[in-house]
Design a protein around this ligand. Structure first.
Ligand code: AP5
Ligand code: MG
Length: 218
């Protein structure tokens, strides 16, 4: 299965992707996580991405398309879930071209829909592990020991782009540049499922599994 998970910042893409890849044996490819890893490693790509990310803007398409094409090439036959990519119509058309060159296509797009106000609340409570990328929430998904990652004991951080001001910019960027991607897929007769992501995480994943189980059965 080749899946695209679309949704606003904080809609739960990372949280739900972890569950999806475990159930279906897929590779989780998060453009945001790859960029953050490049920043930790201090690569040129990471340095270029920093200013865009910390202000809530998108990193230029050309950089992202190349980065994700490389990552997709390494995916297993079982497939992948794209989290946070494509995020512009141009990225979506470039993705379609590079998959077509390998006789592949996206099978399904899951569109996580959430109200802006809820995004603001979730982001304020999010804590992330800078080592393994695990995501927590001080209200809903607490680590076993406060402030420490369950997986590797690393001290949890607040992402620099989770401040209220940057979250507002990221939401604006999403509405202007990423929402048109949903229309692009709907117009291109791709299979798009709108999922209500305002709900509890367990309810959201149940909705997702109903759709993906049906797809997996053929
Ligand atoms: P990226 O890392 O992709 O950030 P994002 O899209 O803004 O999404 P987030 O990771 O913030 O949220 P999420 O949907 O994964 O939610 P999560 O599961 O963590 O991108 C960061 C930056 O990189 C961009 O701003 C841009 O600069 C750059 N970039 C990345 N991709 C790019 C691209 N393709 N092109 C150009 N630039 C790109 O959940 C959030 C919180 O809510 C957590 O605390 C979680 O525990 C909690 N939560 C989750 N689900 C629920 C639920 N159902 N109920 C209650 N709480 C929940
Ligand atoms: Mg994420």
């Amino acid at each position: 299965m080749r899946i695209v998970l679309l949704g606003a910042p904080g809609s739960g893409k990372g949280t739900q992707c972890k569950r999806i890849v475990t159930r279906y044996g897929l590779l989780h490819l998060s453009s945001g996580d790859i960029l953050r890893q490049q920043r930790v490693e201090g690569t040129e790509l990471g340095k270029t991405a920093r200013t865009y990310m910390d202000s809530g803007a998108l990193v230029p398409d050309q950089i992202i398309v190349e980065m994700m094409a490389d990552a997709i090439m390494k995916a297993p036959d079982a497939g992948f879930v794209l989290d946070g990519f494509p995020r512009t119509v141009n990225q979506a058309t470039e993705l379609a071209k590079s998959l077509a060159a390998a006789n592949q296509k996206i099978d399904v797009i899951l569109n996580l829909q959430i109200d802006d106000q809820l995004v603001v609340e979730r982001m304020a409570g999010r804590r992330s592990c800078p080592q393994c990328g695990a995501v927590y929430n001080i209200e809903r998904f607490k680590p076993k020991v406060e402030g420490v990652c369950d997986n590797d004991g690393t001290k949890l951080i607040q992402r620099p782009d989770d401040s209220a001001e940057v979250v507002a910019n990221r939401l604006e960027t999403y509405h202007l540049q990423t929402e048109p991607v949903i229309d692009y897929y709907k117009k291109n007769s791709s299979t798009v499922y709108d999922i209500d992501a305002n709900k509890d995480a367990e309810e959201v994943i149940a909705l997702v599994f109903v759709k993906l189980d049906a797809l997996a059965r053929g």
